[in-house]
Design a protein around this ligand. Structure first.
Ligand code: PLP
Length: 400
């Protein structure tokens, strides 16, 4: 039985991730785990905050009757109200419990809102470089991806976005703090985008994917997207902020400033059900009622950012410090990022090529690697840099 052409084609496009993973396994077998410096996976390497684990223990010990059964598809009403109250407090926007759907992570939230919004052939603007899964999510829901390049500093370019809008545009995926670039979009850009959306004739929803919102460095904060952009649907989770990526708990929050809100609320609750999620995990909803505000200590990520950025700058790499997330998007010393990834792999350093995020000439490095691995990997970065520079100067001489 052949698999569907669409999924076969998507498997093909996603194959660089598989290749990285397989190359990594092979390298670890050959050299030993401790000699391979794996910067590929964005899986938090810290434990969840103590208040979260304590709340989990309390919830389990309480043995509340029937707390493991089905519930309303959008989640327990008191949990939705607690999320709405937190959003009201943080954003100044009057979110209510009815605007919230508790979801299977931020990924679940993105899929729910896309299912609710898209008809076949509807367009969704994706700002490149971007989280590669967006294209698959949009495809899941019959949509068409419209890629729009960010500016030279990886901020949204509102003029380019304006030029990409057509009568079929239904949504824009916005992700700040951004994976892979580590950029934190400033208030001014968000305001500009809001002004643009107020001018266009049709309703366009900004899908604000915010799972890294709590991970911003240098004592700064991510400006609240939903305070600044009226038609916002927030997709958030505790995957990164509480290091719970395997537990699959997050939420979708529809700004009360979105048009046709009653229909949209019903569509999202229904989408959560028919996509097969049915509802988000029950136990974790109860935990979030007690510990939603806790966050992991981000100083470890900030320390590793400084360590790696300083070391790479000293070697001669062109480094832009990430302002948030736990990724560094590093310019490669040669334009061919996949060739440079191979070069680094020969030194035991595993990275993801920028082309996987729609931007050649860069690699993504995840700071979820232990500090001592960063320290021991620097020599590999140094050798790879020296090797490609030497080759470039050889070939320049050859041309003369
Ligand atoms: C930008 C972005 N959005 C969404 C997700 C998915 O988050 P979750 O695990 O909460 O579904 C990730 C995970 O890496 C991500 O990087």
């Amino acid at each position: 039985m052949p698999i569907a052409k669409t999924i076969a084609e998507q498997l093909g496009r996603g194959s660089w991730v598989r290749r990285m993973f397989e190359d990594g396994l092979k390298l670890k077998r050959e050299r030993g785990e401790e000699n391979v410096f794996d910067y590929t996976l964005g899986n938090p390497d810290v434990e969840p905050p103590a208040p979260v684990l304590e709340a989990l223990e309390r919830v389990v010990a309480r043995r509340r009757p029937r707390s493991h059964g089905y519930m309303p598809n959008a989640g327990y009403p008191e949990v939705r109200e607690a999320i709405a109250a937190e959003l009201r407090h943080n954003t100044g926007v009057e979110f209510t419990a009815s605007d919230v759907v508790v979801t299977v992570g931020a990924a679940g939230a993105c899929n729910v809102i896309l299912e609710a919004l898209l008809d076949s052939g509807d367009e969704v603007i994706v700002l490149r470089p971007s989280f590669p899964e967006y294209a698959f999510y949009i495809n899941n829901h019959r949509g068409r991806v419209v890629p729009v390049e960010t500016d030279a500093t990886f901020l949204p370019d509102v003029e380019r976005i304006a030029a990409a809008i057509t009568p079929r545009t239904r949504a824009i995926m916005l992700n700040t703090p951004n994976n892979p670039t580590g950029r934190v979009y400033p208030e001014s850009v968000l305001r500009e985008l809001n002004a643009l959306l107020a001018k266009v004739p049709q309703a366009i929803t900004v899908i604000s994917d915010e799972p890294y919102k709590a991970i911003v460095f240098d004592g700064k904060r991510q400006p609240e997207v939903s305070s600044l952009i009226a038609p916002t649907a927030i997709c958030n989770s505790w995957s990164k902020s509480q290091a719970l990526s395997g537990e699959r708990i997050g939420y979708l929050a529809l700004s009360p400033r979105l048009p046709d809100l009653p229909d949209l609320r019903s569509a999202c609750g229904f989408a959560n059900r028919i996509l097969g999620f049915v509802n988000a995990p029950a136990i974790w909803q109860w935990v979030m009622l007690e510990a939603a505000a806790a966050t992991v200590d981000i100083s470890g990520y900030e320390h590793k950012r400084n360590l790696l950025c300083d070391a790479l700058s000293a070697i001669g790499y062109e480094v832009t410090r990430p302002e948030g997330t736990f990724y560094l998007f590093l310019k490669t010393p040669i334009p061919d990022d996949t060739a440079f990834v191979q070069r680094l792999a020969a030194e035991g350093v595993l990275a993801v090529p920028g082309i996987g995020f729609g931007k050649a000439g860069y690699i993504r490095l995840s700071l979820t690697i232990p500090t001592d691995y960063i320290q021991r990997s620097i020599v590999g970065f140094e050798r790879a840099f020296a090797a490609v520079k030497a080759e470039a100067s050889q070939s320049a001489k050859g041309r003369r």
